[in-house]
Every structure is written in C-alpha cells, then in structure tokens.
Design a protein around this ligand. Sequence first.
Ligand code: SF4
Ligand code: SF4
Length: 212
Amino acid sequence: MIEIEMREVVDAGCCQDDAGRWYAAARMKSGEVCVSQRSFDTEDEVMEFLKHWTDTLTKPSALLPAPVAARKPPHGAPCNRCGVCCMVTLCELGQHLFKRAASPGPCPALVRDEAGDYGCDVVNNPQAYTQSVNVATYALRMAARTLIYAGNGCDARINGEPVNHAYHARCDAEDKKPAVIERRRRALKLWGMSGGSDDGLQRGGEADRSQA
Ligand code: SF4
Ligand code: SF4
C-alpha cells in the first residue's frame, strides 16, 4: 500500500543506508519524517528528485493499493482509465456537483466497468446529475467532457513523478485558443458553474479526468 497524507514539509535533504544508497528525506511540520521509496546512486540525483517530491508530499493524496497506483501511466501519456486521479481528488465539475472540496477523494461519480476500467458517471449519465431537464443529454455529456478535459492525456502525478513540461506547454497553448475558451465557457454555463457567464472565463485547476 502507498500511504501519503496532506502534510507540510519544513525541511528536506538526503540520507544514506548501510549499502551506500541515497534516499530523499523530508521532515513534516508534525515532526514525522518521510523517506523516499526510490533510492539513488548519488546525492545530486536526490537533490534533483527533491525538487518535485517535497511538492508532491503537500498535495492531495490518498491510500491506494499498489497495483492501482502502478497502473497509472506517466504524466502526459494517454489516459488509460486507471481512475487514480478521481480516487484521490474531485475535479471542478465533481466539486460543484457534490458540493465538496477537491480533497479527499474518491469522487462519488467514479465508476468501474466490467473490464476494470474507471469512468465518470457524470459523462455516462449526465441527466442524473442536473436539474436542467430541458438540456439534451448529448449537450450535457459533451460539456462534461470539456470540463474534465477528456482526451487531454494524464495530468495527474503521484509519488514524486516528474512534471512533463512539454505536455504542460501543449495544454497551455490549447487552453489559449479562442474556440477552446468559448467551448469551456459554454460548458461551465450549461453545468451552472461560475465562469460560465458572459462576463468572463474562470479557468479551473489542473483536474484532468481524461477517462470517459
Ligand atoms: S487522467 Fe486519471 S484516469 Fe486517466 S490515466 Fe491519469 S490518473 Fe488515470
Ligand atoms: S471526472 Fe467525473 S468521476 Fe472524476 S472527479 Fe470529475 S466528476 Fe468525479
């Protein structure tokens, strides 16, 4: 099992075992010390790893079975519907619908199919999550897909996984396209979310729920 909690890192550095392998170590505000599962050949490698690992330790997290976490593809790779992101946090659509904060997960709309793949029930059955009875199911579904960034690739990162900067740059460029901004504005409006008015666009966070 992999257990990580919301913690504030106050100090981070390196440590070595008897075999001379290096590990990253972080001390939390609570006094607890976390040591990385990965080991490294050199101190420099640890320092590089620390740049994103300590950041990860303070982010929303959950207890996941190791096989579930192992199934998650690399940051920026095509979504394989592993479900990890929605087990750990709720996207902006989920937060809006279930009136909950992003963390802790899992999202109530996360569903698993017979093949073991995960999906978003808001996309599958949008009418079950809206009062807008006059809006067509297809329109609601497409709007939900827009809001969860379906098809954008995996933007979740776990266990100190490095950032795929090229992927982030592609997402940023896509987000700036007028057609994309307008599609998102309409989607927000359809689901009754802030930013969907004609007054302007409020961008959401990084919650990519590409499955569905
Ligand atoms: S976006 Fe979510 S469901 Fe898709 S691969 Fe990444 S963690 Fe898994
Ligand atoms: S994509 Fe769907 S299942 Fe995942 S957090 Fe968002 S609303 Fe919930």
